[in-house]
Design a protein around this ligand. Sequence first.
Ligand code: ADP
Ligand code: MG
Length: 729
Amino acid sequence: MESLRFKSIEKAISRQPLEVTFPSVKTSEYFAINVFNKTKMREYLSQEAFGSVMEAIEKGTKVDRKVSNQVSLGMKAWALDRGATHYTHWFHPLTGATAEKHDAFFEPASDAYVLENFDGSKLVQQEPDASSFPSGGMRNTFEARGYTAWDPSSPAFVMGHTLCIPSVYVSFKGDSLDYKTPLLKSLEAIEKAAVDLCNYFDKSVTSVNVALGCEQEYFLVDDALFNARPDLKLTDRTLMGHSAAKDQQLADHYFGYIPMRVTAFMREFEIEAYKLGIPVKTRHNEVAPNQYECAPVYEEANLAVDHNQLLMTLMKRVAKKHHFKVLFHEKPYKDVNGSGKHCNWSLITDSGTNLLSPGKTPKTNMSFLAFFVSVIKGVYEYQDLLKSSIVSLGNELRLGASEAPPVIMSVFLGQEMNRVLDDLESRVSGRKMDPDEKTELKLDVGKIPEIMPDNTDRNRTSPFAFTGNRFEFRAVGSSANVASPVIALNTIVAKQLKDFKTEVDKLTEKGVKKDEAIFQTIKKFILASKKIRFDGNSYSEEWKKEAEQRGLSVDDDVLDLLRAIASPTAMKLFLEMRVFSQLELEARLEIDIEKYNKKLQIESRVLGDLAINHILPTVYRYQNMLIENVKGLKELFENSEYEKLSSTQKASIKEISLRSAMVNIKVNNMIDERRQANKIEQNELRARQYSEKVKPYLDEIRYEIDHLEMIVDDQIWPLPKYRELLFIR
Ligand code: ADP
Ligand code: MG
C-alpha cells in the first residue's frame, strides 16, 4: 500500500493555480456590496428608522421596538435582494471563534404557502441554546439561556446565503459572555476620558474613536499534506518534525515573489473581503517559508475587530477551494518564525485629528503629548494586565524565541520622542514658571516634527512601539481575537486620561494656570513611567537582566499571567472604568485557564497516539530491515569482515532500540501524569499540574522522535516532513 504521505506529496505537487475570475467592474463598484451600510440603509429604511439607527451608531442610543421592526423589514428586503435565505446573530463567544446559528427566513404560514418571516424582535434579540459555550460558571444549567442582541455599530452583512447580524452575547442576568460586550464598554470608557481631556485643547471635539489596524500573519499548507498530519489537524501545530536542511537561513522568502497558487488564493479572498467591506490593502511574503501577511487599512476598533474575525473565517473558506489550509497558530513549526498580529492603535477625533500624531502648533502638540505620555504610563502601570491579554498556549511558543518580543513589556519611542520627553522632564520645574520660560517651552513643543520617518520602523524587537502617529502592539498572537488586547489597552489608557485630567484640575483649582498645570502633569507622567521606555534590542539576554533590575515584570509563566486579568489591580481598574464586573473577570480567568488546560491535554493525547501508533511501528519496521541486513551479511562474510561491514547497521539498530524505548517510557509517564492531573478538581491547580508535569514531555518525546526521523528510511516515514510542509505549494 502506498503511504498517505507519498500520496499527499504527489497530490500537492500536481496542483495548479486556480483561475480567479475578477469582477468586471472596478473595486470601488463592488466594495461592501454585501454590507447593509449607510448607503443601503438610506435606500431600504424609512427616514425615521434611518435616523434612529444613525443616532444609535453615532451616540450609542437605543433603537426602540417600533423602529427596530422597521429596520428589520428593510434589512430583510435588502438581504433577500442579495440572495439570502437565512439569517443569524453573529457573535464572538469566549471560545475564540465566531458563532452563528442559522434560521431560515421562511416560516409555514398555512398549508399552502410560506412567509418570509423576520420581525423586529428577531433582529434585536435572540436566545440561542448556548449552554455549550464557555461561561466560566456564570450560567448555571437551570438558567442556561444566553441572549444575543444586535450591535447597530457594526453593520449587518450577507455571507454566502446568510444575513449575519453582528451581536453581543450576554447571560440571562446580563453578564457578558463574549468579547464584544466588554470591547464596546471599553470603547465607551476611553471615548469619554479622551473627549474630556481633548476639550482642554479643543472645545469642539465631541467624540473620539479608537482606530485599529491589524496586520495578520499566517502560514499556508497544501491540504493534502495537512490531512496527512493528525497533529496539524487536531492541534493546529506540528508536534514533531525535524528541521528542513534549509528553511529561513537565507531570508529569501521575506517580501519575495509570491507563488502563483498563493497569489490566486490571495486575490480571491481579497475580492471576497472587499464585497464584505473589509479594506484589505497590503499582502506580502513573511520571513518563514510559506508564511504570509495581510493587512487592511485601519478602521474604527469595533468594526476592525469584527473584520479581523470575519477575514480569518473568509480566508479559511476560500483556502478550501484552493486546496490550502490556513494556519493561524502562533507557532505551527518549531525553529522557524511564528506568526503574530500587530495591532496598530490610535485615537481619532470626530474632525479627523489623530491625537497621537504630532501637530503643527504648540497647542496641538501639548494635546499630543498629554495623550502620548498617558499611553506610556498606562503600559508601565499595567504591564501584567497587558501581558495577560496576549498570552496563550500557542503564543507562549512564539514570544521570546528570538523572533518575537519577550514576555516583558517595554515601550519603544525612537530617538526623537525620547529626546522630547527628556527635554520636557528637565525643563519643566516644580515651581511657578516665568512667562519667558513658558514661551520657550511652548516654542520647543511646537518644534516636534510632524513626521518622523526614521522613527517608524527601526526597532522590530519591541513589544510596544510608537511608529510616528500610532502605537503598535506587537506581542499579540496571530490566532487571537484582538478584542482581548484592545479591551485591555483601551481601559488602561482611559484610566490614565482620566487621571491626567484630575491632576490638571487639582492644580488649576490651586490657582496654577491651565497650560502650566498641563506641562507639570506631562512631566509627572514622564517621570512616573520612565522605566518602561526602552529602545534597545528587546530580544537580547542583557535586556532581560536589565528589565529585572529596573523592576519591570519579567514573569513569563502563562498561568501566572492569565491570573493577572483578575488581580486586585486589574479588578480595581475594570470596575472603576465599568468594563467588567468582578464576576465577569473571575469567569474569564476560569475560561482562559480551562482553555489552556484542555489544549494541553489534546496536544499530549495526540502526541501519545502518534508516537505509539505511527512512529514506533515504522521505526520497528526499519529496524527489522536492518536486522535482516545484518543477518545476511553474517551469512556472506567471514567473521572479521562481517564485524566491520555490519557495525553501522548495528549502531543504528541499537540507537533505534534505545530511542524507541525512551519514547515508550516517556509516553507512559506522560499518560500517568495526565491521569494524576485529571483527578485534581480545582481548575488552576490542575492547569498547573498540566503545565509543570505534562507539558515537558511534549518536548522530550519530540526530541527522540525527531532523531528517529533522521535515521529511518525516508520511504517508510509516515508523516509529511518539514521540507514538504514548508516548501511544496
Ligand atoms: P508597517 O510598516 O507596520 O507594515 P503599515 O503602514 O503597513 O505599516 O501599517 C500597518 C497597519 O497600521 C495598517 O493596518 C494601517 O492601516 C495601520 N495604521 C496606519 N496608521 C494608523 C493609525 N493612525 N491608527 C491605527 N492604525 C494605523
Ligand atoms: Mg507593522
